[in-house]
Design a binder for this molecule. Structure first.
Ligand code: PBG
Length: 308
């Protein structure tokens, strides 16, 4: 009765890594319990999750090097399996909320979220590519596009591109305060998307900065973000709290791959109680002010709730 915070399954988003074609799921070594799913197998996985009560998903595509180029052209090409998969999942499960990733890194031969010319990431030149990517995903039937690239001005650019193409009903979940964190290591392994040279510090935020998150928030709200996100989550609870206090749209937090990997590794060694850690972690993120949590724990949490 007097409990102030509750984590509810309906506010969790489950990230899924997907690759083209058929074949069995492939385990990700640094993320026990998480897999790369083939385009064919992931449909069954989504069905299983839906039966467990999970209704929100974010899809991250994995591409072989042969599909990558400097301009990330595959991201909006007709033969991009990711777009076909969006259409398949929305037609089989019309009631789910499906989110996409908008960034160049899975498609880029440079492994960066933006366009690289002469060793520099070019902000403004990246925007039209992100715009085309978002429109292609909208055309495929996505509900919410998720720009994770951190280029300046992209929410405005994507909003305009979507509206001009007749997709005003597609929402934008913006990665508002995304820090240049060591916590993304396992994700980059899962997607084989680590930068080929340099790092992401010219566009992701300095972990030392707190006020800057509010500047990013202000821009995203003006530009038309429907949901604003903080990433990573547990090392940035102060940022979640600040953003919640200053935002009039829902606040999401991304409990990222490294946060999941830390809990799983310690639990495997028997050094921490993995289940208690999961619950405490999700609770602390909610308590800080997150309305929505993207988490690799979603399925485990759903199973726990079902068994209660
Ligand atoms: C990049 C992207 C990253 C994540 C989501 N989108 C990694 C990065 O910035 O290199 C990380 C998610 C995670 O670690 O779970 N577009």
């Amino acid at each position: 009765m007097v409990r102030e915070t509750n984590v509810s399954l309906s506010s969790l988003i489950y990230p899924l890594f997907v690759f083209e074609g058929r074949g069995p799921k492939i385990p990700i070594a640094s993320m026990p319990g998480i897999y790369r799913w083939s385009q064919e197998e992931v449909v069954k996985e989504v069905e299983e999750c839906v039966n467990l009560g999970i209704n929100n998903f974010v899809l991250f595509p994995v591409f072989p090097d042969s599909a990558k180029d400097k301009l990330a052209s595959k991201s909006f090409a007709d033969d991009n399996f990711y777009l076909h998969l969006i259409t398949t999942l929305k037609s089989k499960f019309p009631h789910i909320s499906l989110m996409s990733d908008v960034a160049m890194d899975p498609y880029s031969s440079d492994g960066h979220d933006g366009l690289v010319i002469d060793g520099k990431i070019l902000n403004d030149e990246t925007l039209p590519i992100l715009g085309k990517m978002a429109v292609a995903q909208a055309q495929a039937g996505i509900d919410i596009v998720g720009p994770s690239d951190m280029m300046d001005g992209r929410v405005d650019f994507i909003r305009e591109a979507l509206d001009e193409s007749g997709y005003s009903e597609v929402s934008i979940m913006s990665y508002t305060a995304k820090y240049a964190s060591a916590c993304y290591g396992p994700f980059r392994e899962a997607l084989d998307s680590a930068p080929r040279s340099g790092d992401k510090k010219t566009y992701q935020m300095d972990p030392a900065n707190r006020l800057e998150a509010l500047r990013e928030l202000e821009l995203d709200l003006i530009e038309g973000a429907d949901i604003v996100m903080v990433k990573p989550a547990t090392l940035y609870l102060d940022i979640i709290s600040d953003i919640k206090q200053h935002s009039n749209v829902p606040v999401a937090a991304y409990n990222v791959s490294g946060e999941y990997a830390m809990v799983k590794a310690a639990a495997e060694k028997g050094w921490l109680d993995g289940n208690r850690m999961m619950n405490e972690m999700l609770l602390s993120i909610s308590r800080a002010g997150a309305d929505i949590i993207l988490t690799y724990f979603a399925k485990e949490f759903a199973i726990q709730e079902k068994e209660k």
